[in-house]
Design a protein. Structure first.
Length: 116
């Protein structure tokens, strides 16, 4: 089943007709194939100022929070990736150093011979 989507202009015009009391709510619902519950929900939204064409302050803040959460997630992923890369790099360095033969510096070897 496909849901119908109504524009803000359509909703606003219905509510303005409802508030002007030129048409009964029942007649409006029948004429536009809208349930009475939906009509009264739109009336409440209209009275709260939510059917304006511009976004409310609350909607702007919610959009900003969503954007900041998205950025936080991205930075967190990058941070985890870099931590793993550093760990992997340090392990490889340790492996390379441990596989090389140990060489005693000549100055140290000479000192040991002199002390003996």
């Amino acid at each position: 089943m496909r849901y119908r989507r109504f524009t803000h202009e359509f909703k606003r015009s219905l509510i303005e007709q409802l508030l002007s009391e030129t048409v009964s709510p029942t007649e409006l619902c029948r004429r536009h194939h809208v349930s009475s519950g939906q009509l009264y929900t739109w009336r409440r939204q209209y009275l709260e100022g939510k059917l304006d064409g511009r976004p409310t302050r609350e909607a702007e803040l919610e959009a900003r929070v969503r954007e900041l959460e998205r950025l936080l997630g991205q930075v967190t992923l990058e941070n985890e990736f870099l931590k793993k890369a550093v760990r992997s790099s340090s392990r490889q360095t340790e492996r390379r150093e441990s596989s090389l033969p140990r060489i005693v510096p000549l100055s140290k070897a000479y000192k040991e011979d002199v002390n003996s």
